[in-house]
Design a protein around this ligand. Structure first.
Ligand SMILES: Nc1nc2c(ncn2[C@@H]2O[C@H](COP(=O)(O)OP(=O)(O)OP(=O)(O)O)[C@@H](O)[C@H]2O)c(=O)[nH]1
Ligand SMILES: [Mg+2]
Length: 383
């Protein structure tokens, strides 16, 4: 958030400087100053046009592909799909900028030699993709380039993208949230501050848009503020919430929420949980108790255990994922805050090393800033 804020300030600063320059040129009536201002403006406009064109052409390529498969799709659905890609594209801006700048240097050369692989390895490792995953990507890339007799770096670029997609898809069968048929229960876990409550607000809103009935359980009873924050999100998303007092037993909140969901025939029950307890063991014990209540009281419900991870924490997110994977049955991951970080590459490691399907991503703080994760779009938006 801080980076985004800084960028916004910087943008505003640049705009101000720009305006001042133009004012000055006008005031002095100096041709030179006028021309300078004009050329600065032109460069800026060209750069803007270029990046808009790039975004557009990426979105267009994608839309063309989709059009082939889906010629019957109504206009409004097509528009929504394209705006989906644009949001993912802009959400990954920092990661893309960081990667592309370095990759351009690597792919500028010609020969595919040991230096090429070393340089590429370094770029990928510093983009939070994870050493093990990078090694696998490079090995697969080498094999493909030899097999397909590719001799120039520029021709290796599409193969690199393809191999990244392959390595992610290798161990993942589905990235759809498992919430059908109803009733379904979605347990949201993760350490403190990663974005669990925010994601629950965004998800509730999306499910409501899809016409589903939603109920939220405030099973993070560790702080009173957490309950209040969740109530606010429930309000915004226009869904009901079951909450007890601060320090109440989280498992009993979930119990009450299940009873309410059954009575109301709710489609999806979403449970918020605490991220911060006195120690990790306490947290895991509490989560296991909640899970036992769910299994006992809601055996027929479809179950999704969603782990939320903060992309800005980079490799730390991998450590958290390992730890949750060992102690609880994680069925999907939501990676948040992709908009504020250059560490989006961490998603590649999550899928390839830990075989955890990334199902949704957070690309901002607003209620609509949540997207279903799609590998093809992700890799295209990243490179
Ligand atoms: N930029 C950005 N900020 C996000 C995103 N998701 C969540 N946040 C912010 O991250 C902060 C923490 O979010 P919460 O939803 O309170 O996190 P939590 O996991 O519920 O935290 P605890 O309840 O303390 O365990 C808030 O300021 C959110 O606005 C995202 O996708 N992008
Ligand atoms: Mg919370």
């Amino acid at each position: 958030m801080f980076n985004w804020f800084k960028k916004k300030n910087k943008d505003e600063e640049q705009k101000e400087v720009q305006e001042k320059k133009i004012d000055l040129a006008e005031e002095l009536g100096q041709t030179q100053a006028n021309e300078e201002a004009k050329s600065i403006e032109e460069v800026k406009m060209n750069a803007e046009a270029k990046s808009i064109d790039e975004a557009k052409s990426n979105a267009e390529v994608k839309m063309n592909d989709e059009a082939k498969v889906n010629e019957e799709v109504p206009e409004e659905v097509k528009e929504e799909k394209s705006s989906f890609f644009k949001r993912m594209f802009s959400g990954l801006e920092k990661t893309r900028q960081n990667l592309n700048y370095k990759l351009q240097t690597v792919f500028k050369g010609t020969d595919i030699d040991d230096d090429f692989y070393d340089e590429l390895e370094e770029v990928l490792v510093t983009s939070d993709i994870g050493v093990e995953t990078v090694m696998n990507i490079i090995d697969n890339l080498k094999e493909r380039l030899v097999r397909e007799n590719i001799l120039e770096r520029k021709d290796a670029f599409p193969i690199l993208k393809d191999e990244i997609k392959n390595i992610m898809n290798d161990n993942i069968t589905s990235r759809d949230l498992k919430l059908e048929p109803s009733p379904a229960i979605l347990l949201v876990v993760g350490v403190n501050g990663v974005g669990k409550t925010t994601t629950i607000g965004k998800l509730s809103y999306q499910f409501r848009q899809e016409g589903k009935s939603v109920l939220i359980a405030a099973a993070d009873t560790f702080r009173a503020a957490a309950i209040e924050q969740l109530k606010e999100w429930a309000n915004r998303a226009n869904v009901d919430i079951i909450a007890h007092e601060e320090s109440a037993d989280p498992a009993s909140v979930v119990f009450d929420a299940i009873m309410a969901a059954k009575a109301r025939k709710t489609d999806i029950l979403i449970c918020d949980t605490a991220g911060r307890l006195h120690n990790k063991q306490n947290l895991m014990n509490e989560l296991n108790k909640i899970k036992r209540v769910i299994d006992r009281e809601f055996p027929n419900a479809v179950k999704e255990n969603l782990l939320v991870l903060d992309a800005t924490t980079g490799q730390n997110a991998i450590i958290q994922a390992k730890s949750f994977k060992e102690t609880s049955d994680i069925t999907g991951v939501c990676v948040t805050k992709l908009d504020g970080t250059a560490k989006g590459g961490v998603i590649i490691a999550l899928e390839s090393e830990l075989h955890l399907p990334v199902k949704i991503i957070g690309v901002g703080e607003k209620i609509e800033d949540l997207q279903a994760f799609n590998v093809d779009d992700f890799v295209e938006a990243l490179f």
